[in-house]
Design a protein around this ligand. Sequence first.
Ligand SMILES: *Cc1c(COP(=O)(O)O)cnc(C)c1O
Length: 362
Amino acid sequence: MKYDRIYNFSAGPSMLPLPVLEEVHEELFNYRGSGQSVMEMSHRSKVFQGIHDEAKADLRALMGIPENYKILFIQGGATLQFSMIPMNLKKNGVFDYVVSGSWSNGAAKEAARFGKVNVVANSKDRNYAYVPDVSDLPISEDADYLYICENETIYGTTYQELPNTKGKILISDQSSMFLSKPVKVSDYGIIYGGVQKNVGPAGMAIVIIREDLIREDIDESVPVYLRYHVQDKGDSMYNTPNCWAIYFCGKVFKYLQSIGGLEAVHKNNVEKAKPLYDFLDQSKMFKGTVDKKDRSLMNVPFVTGDEELDAKVVAATKAAGFENLKGHRTVGGLRASIYNAMPKEGVVALVEFLKDFEAKHG
Ligand SMILES: *Cc1c(COP(=O)(O)O)cnc(C)c1O
């Protein structure tokens, strides 16, 4: 590959689109005649305000975000949202969670600091190898919201259909599927994601929140930075924002639009994941760990069933220039994260390698 780049299958931070990296490189020392890098400029400057406004407008167009939703850029990654959500949405102090893996489990645990958490469904019985049935959940009558992690980065599952929330607000952690396919924003109260999985450099979350959920009348003890109301009023610049991430993500929004928008991105992702899943389905050595119906297009965990052999495969892939394929310790085996920026050739090359490995060691 150009610049001697590797195929990086990391779950995040992960590959970024090369055309965007090149553009950033081009602008690094002197951003469009401003005489400075974006890293050096005041966040209160006209130039940066332009970058910020354009990024928001481009994301709104790309995702089709309705006018009654706000876009917030907040530091602290996706993890900070685990607590910001219950802190800001607490009315009755009852929070319903679907636990489909480590990330929703972590979010539920954090919410329990602020109220009563009801786990209305979970898939722990089979090590989170599937998404629980969410068609008729025992939603709490006084629940402030229903929370899901829509794509489980570690276990490699994804929702094919959204839960029946029975009128409650739906909150979705989309960190590892953000901008990987079109979503209907109006189905949600909040969509959020850490950007380092599929959009940009680490250190920021994008929060898309329905206006009426941004409340001023929340608990006095909530720190000022952690109030959606303050973030919104300050247009994500209550304090110095992650200017670099905003700039970079803005470029990715434009890039995704230029390649046909999210429909085209999704089509690419379907075509890209197919050779890997097809291989796993016919392989005698490797096997995907997730129920077919719930498979993620972004994160693909697979195992041989023999830990020693798993380790051997991981070492062999690394030696062949495929990086970060070691599975998460809770699943073992291997995991290929194949986000938007992973080219199809990378997946095809990996499959060829695994086929060859199986032929030699099977
Ligand atoms: C990575 C990840 C997180 C945590 O993101 P940070 O930005 O590191 O806080 C949360 N949820 C999901 C689904 C993730 O993949």
